[in-house]
Design a binder for this molecule. Structure first.
Ligand SMILES: Cc1cc2nc3c(=O)[nH]c(=O)nc-3n(C[C@H](O)[C@H](O)[C@H](O)COP(=O)(O)OP(=O)(O)OC[C@H]3O[C@@H](n4cnc5c(N)ncnc54)[C@H](O)[C@@H]3O)c2cc1C
Length: 150
């Protein structure tokens, strides 16, 4: 693995600031199950790695009849697989999360990482598209809603 600078910011605003300073040389790290493997193989060699795990609240899973299901980008696949709210209301998503890799992988891997890695074989994507899921994507200036199917 090539040497890199590691940052572990506590807020999303700090992430945007680091991304701006790194000028396209940075990669975001969530569970690392895709990114770290690629760095070891040298298929990716970012000069800067920005770890998202210290950002509070991004791992939450909330469900209400009124607002539906909201899953934070840092929720792990184990969180989703074992969530009572997901199991009771979207059992096919809980099942798909439980199919990924192994227990060790699922304990680290996040939903945000599974989506952002953009593998055509990502196991959480078919159930999310079937549910009509919408991603809330945040940038430095604004947030936008993107239908996952798009
Ligand atoms: C042994 C093994 C078995 C696996 N089996 C399966 C399987 O059966 N099914 C399956 O679908 N996947 C599988 N995977 C792939 C992997 O575990 C998943 O894609 C995982 O969900 C990625 O999440 P992560 O948090 O580890 O992402 P990371 O590795 O941290 O990040 C992946 C990519 O997404 C970006 N990223 C992560 N989070 C964000 C965010 N919040 N905002 C913007 N960009 C972000 C990163 O910069 C990086 O480019 C396997 C991996 C391994 C190592």
């Amino acid at each position: 693995m090539r040497p890199f600078d590691y940052y572990s910011p506590g807020t999303i605003e700090e992430v945007f600031s680091l991304l701006r300073k790194s000028k396209n040389e940075a990669k975001l790290l969530a569970g690392g199950t895709d990114l770290v493997g690629n760095m070891k193989l040298k298929t990716l060699s970012p000069k800067v790695v920005i770890d998202l795990k210290r950002i509070k609240g991004l791992n939450r899973i909330n469900y209400s009849k009124r607002n539906g299901l909201r899953i934070g980008a840092l929720a792990t696949l184990t969180d989703i697989h074992t969530s009572v709210a997901v199991r009771e209301n979207f059992s096919f998503l809980a099942q798909a999360a439980g199919e990924v890799g192994s227990v060790q992988v699922r304990n680290r891997a996040t939903l945000g990482g599974n989506l952002c890695n953009a593998s055509p074989a990502a196991d959480t994507v078919p159930p999310l598209i079937a549910m009509g899921a919408v991603a809330r994507v945040r940038g430095p200036r604004r947030e936008r809603a993107v239908n996952l199917e798009q």
